[in-house]
Each structure stands twice: as C-alpha cells, then as structure tokens.
Design a protein around this ligand. Structure first.
Ligand SMILES: [Zn+2]
Length: 356
C-alpha cells in the first residue's frame, strides 16, 4: 500500500495581518532570577532549512581589543548574527564596543546612538535618525565611522556576573550577555528617545548634526509617543505639561506598523512617576512586558537568568515605523522542538507569520 504523508498547513495569520549630548540609554540589573527563555527568531534559528542568509553587514570595532577574549566576542557575534538576519538593508553598520569600569553600580551596559538629520533621501526632514539608518538612505554618510558605541560594565564582568553562553540556557545569578548586546544594538538602530525631564519641565530634541547645529530636532522614535490623544512632540517644549506626561505612567507607542502587529493596540512605554534618565520613555514598560514575554527585550531592566534571543515583533514594528526594512518573523507553534511525528500519520503544522 502506498503511504503518503498529509501535511496540513494552518497559517495563523494574525489579523493585524497581523545637549545637547546624545542621551545614553542604559540597561539596569534587576534583583532575582527569572529562569525564562525567549528563543531566537525562526528566521535565524532555522536559517539553513529556510535558506536564509544574513543581509545586513554589521561590523564590530573593539576599542579595547586586549579586554575581549573569544568567549566574549562569540557572544557578541551571536547578537550580530541575529540582527543581521532580521534587517534587510545591507549597508555596513559599524558598532564600537568597549568594557568600562566607570558605569554606575546597577548599569549593565549603555549605548550612544550617533544621529543625523535632514540627509539625502531622509524619509522625513527635521527629525534625527540613527546614523546606522541614515546611511542606508544616503550613501555619502557611509564613511566607515561608528554608528553606535556600546559600553559594557567591566566590574560586572570581573565579578563573573555575565553568562556568555550561546545555547540560550538561563544560568542562576548571571546576566545573559547575548540578550544584553541584542538590546543595546536595538538602541543604536534607532530605538531611542530624546525626551528628557529636569525639575518639573519636560523637553525633547537634540541639536542638528552635522548642520543646523543651533536647531533642536526630535528623534524619529519620538514622533509616535502618545499620551491620551496627544502626541508628545506636539506639546510645547520645554513645559510643565510635557514633564507631567513623561512621568504619567500612561505613554504609548502609536506607530502604524507597531500597532499593526499588536491587534491595533499601541504598546505601553516605560514612563514611571519618577523620571529615570536613560531608561524612561526610551523603553517598553517593564510590567506590561515581564520576563518571558516575547516582547520583553526592550524593557529597561534585565534579570539574572533572563534569556531573550529575539527582539520580538513589537521592536521590529518600531524599527519599521522609523524606516527600516525588516524580515517577517515566522514562529513555529507546532511541532514543538523535539516532538516526534509518526511517518504516515497526518499532522497539523501551525505557524504564525506576521505580515507587515
Ligand atoms: Zn535600553
């Protein structure tokens, strides 16, 4: 008798069809162990089966090469490889990295994102874009200089508080370095805000680079920040009103692409009642996206034993809103890893494809 295998593909297509110095964004250590894993995106994990190759060209420059042993560079490369499979643009992105013992106690890492405004082919003028993105539009900016600088906490490394594990296994009392690097790289790609608060006043904008240096421009990420029905960039700056909204615990990211992959709902932004420089507004809300949540990479805190190897569809939505071309994510729901399928039996393969 002739046997054949019946494969039923059920595509669960989410309906969503589916001063001015650049502010440094930082990641802080959170007490306790999470023991959670968010796996790599299929497009990377199953890259051989899917016949996917890296499209983005990301180069790492070690400012202190003597400080980096193979274990560290392998972990950094893992983060680079994941991003390289998710970004479709292929201009070289240059990431400078270094270890520093001058970061404050809880800080695991911080990132400086280099900016450009009003460049050739800019999607919108009078906004700052990450230089990493601006180069994709204006080849004249592709001069080999760094697009972001990530500084990692050397004291934490020397206290053996990082795990450089590549297999995605949460390790007690250790912060996952690949997760941290993935997070910081997202800031350097443009997941970064210019909103600030000092005393009671909120403000935004950074001075023009390299021209119009007396004029302040918001970052393109800022365009979609919304409180109730108001976009924050439409509020007078500096102002008490803006200051109140920045610490209202009620700010959402209203980008079209982001909402499209989130059932038309704007995800919550971290806007705690006490302003936290480097953390407030430039991250997703910690409580709304707790440990283990598929969109928890870009929250401001990282727990020990919290492994996140996937930026998540909301971060990719934000990057699309600010202009990047990203790969669609394919998530296999069943079969689960290691699940055996009998030859000759019928089986339903469930995938989720996020259509942008
Ligand atoms: Zn961050």
């Amino acid at each position: 008798m002739k046997r054949f295998m019946l494969l039923v593909f059920l595509f669960t297509i989410t309906k969503i069809s589916i001063g001015q110095y650049s502010i440094l964004t930082k990641s802080e250590a959170k007490a306790g162990n999470a023991f959670t894993v968010v796996e790599e995106p299929s497009i990377y994990k199953d890259r051989v089966a899917l016949n996917k190759i890296a499209q983005a060209n990301i180069q790492i420059v070690y400012e202190d090469p003597g400080e980096w042993i193979l274990e560290h560079t392998d972990a950094l490369d893992e983060a680079v490889n994941i991003w390289s499979h998710l970004l479709k643009d292929n201009t070289q992105i240059v990431i400078n990295v270094k270890w520093s013992d001058s970061l404050s106690g809880a800080t695991l890492a911080e990132t400086k994102t280099y900016l450009r405004n009003n460049f050739a082919n800019a999607p919108k003028n009078n906004f700052h874009y990450a230089k990493a993105f601006a180069k994709q539009k204006d080849a004249g900016l592709n001069d080999g200089s760094k697009d972001m600088r990530i500084t990692f906490n050397k004291a934490k490394r020397d206290s053996n508080l990082f795990s450089f594990d590549l297999d995605g296994i949460p390790i007690k009392d250790k912060y996952d370095f690949v997760t941290l690097a993935l997070h910081e790289m997202a800031h350097g790609l443009g997941f970064t805000s210019s909103m600030t608060k000092s005393s009671s006043n909120g403000d935004f904008g950074e001075l023009g680079i390299p021209t119009n240096t007396a004029q302040k421009y918001p970052k393109i990420y800022d365009e979609y920040l919304k409180h109730d029905n108001n976009y924050l960039i439409n509020i007078a700056r500096p102002s008490y009103e803006l200051g109140q909204q920045l610490t209202s615990n009620n700010v959402y990211y209203d980008g079209t692409k982001t909402k499209k992959v989130n059932n038309n709902s704007a995800p919550k932004i971290y806007a705690p009642s006490a302003w936290k420089s480097g953390s407030s507004i430039g991250h997703f809300d910690e409580t709304a996206f707790p440990e283990g949540d598929p969109n928890s990479l870009l929250t401001p805190f990282l727990s020990a034993a919290e492994v996140i190897r996937n930026p998540g569809y909301l971060v990719l939505g934000v990057l699309e809103d600010i202009g990047w071309n990203v790969e669609r994510q394919i998530t296999t729901i069943s079969p689960k890893p290691g699940e055996e399928i009998m030859r000759g039996s019928s089986y339903t393969i469930k995938c989720m494809i996020i259509l942008m």
